[in-house]
Design a protein around this ligand. Structure first.
Ligand SMILES: Nc1ncnc2c1ncn2[C@@H]1O[C@H](COP(=O)(O)OP(=O)(O)OP(=O)(O)O)[C@@H](O)[C@H]1O
Ligand SMILES: [Mg+2]
Length: 228
């Protein structure tokens, strides 16, 4: 369970204070696949960064399995983050490293034994139809291929939570559906998945929909089977 309680996040800029999140409260049950939707600037990335412990709220608390994460020490936070797979909006792949090596870096900071790395990397790349590109660097890959490497990197570490910021933004409909299908499968394995997206099709793969607007939660709730 991810519990976001009364979270406000403000950024100080040269033009004054921007309130990116305004008293957001949200309870995400384990194994949910949540699509976070809302206009550009509504606070989706900011909320994902709070949940993953990449940034701290100005006020309010975030807890994961009853553990408050925004007051953890640096070491505790690093341990917590080992259980999270991130797919960043701008991929954040290491440009000088191949797809394979990018995944190796993620595994290096995970708890997964080294002897499992190669099989995991190749299997996960295969799931994303990227096996033949294992030894290509990001600059040698298309935007959609880089995006699939970023998804593979997040999946390879067997995370408890996947936080994916617009993971299908650079994919065609078929590739996008494949990625969303994979994420949906994780939900059924009790992994919690939170996906920010502008793609209404993504809701077909979700168990819950969260709509944001102007730093507020406009609506949040489960999708009833058959309702879509
Ligand atoms: N580091 C920052 N410094 C200042 N303002 C920021 C910062 N990060 C986000 N903001 C502001 O907070 C608001 C929410 O931004 P956020 O990136 O969370 O939106 P988003 O919903 O992810 O948008 P998009 O769909 O375009 O990715 C915006 O007004 C943005 O300008
Ligand atoms: Mg964003």
């Amino acid at each position: 369970m991810i519990h976001v309680r009364d979270v406000t996040k403000e950024f100080n800029t040269s033009e004054g204070t921007v309130r990116a999140l305004d008293q957001v409260t949200l309870e995400i049950p384990r194994g949910s696949v949540v699509t976070l939707m809302g206009p550009s600037g509504s606070g989706k990335t900011t909320l994902l960064n709070m949940i993953s412990g990449l940034d701290k709220p100005t006020s309010g608390t975030i807890s994961v399995d009853k553990r408050v994460i925004n007051t953890l020490t640096v070491d505790e936070l690093n341990a917590f983050r080992r259980k999270i797979g991130f797919v960043f909006q701008r991929f954040a792949l290491i440009p000088t490293a191949s797809a394979y090596e990018n995944m190796e870096y993620a595994l290096r900071i995970s708890d997964i034994p080294r002897q499992e790395w190669d099989a995991r990397i190749m299997q996960t790349l295969a799931q994303l139809d990227m096996r033949e590109h294992a030894h290509h660097r990001p600059g040698e890959l298309s935007g959609g291929q880089q995006q699939r490497v970023a998804v593979a990197r997040a999946l390879a570490i067997s995370p408890q939570i996947i936080i994916a910021d617009e993971p299908t933004a650079n994919l065609d409909a078929q590739r996008g559906a494949a990625v969303l299908g994979l994420l949906r499968e994780l939900g059924s394995q009790h992994i919690t998945v939170v996906i920010s997206t502008h793609d209404p099709v993504a809701t077909k793969y979700a168990t819950h929909i969260c709509k944001m607007r102007g730093g507020h939660i406009e609506s949040f709730g489960p999708i009833n089977d058959g309702a879509l």
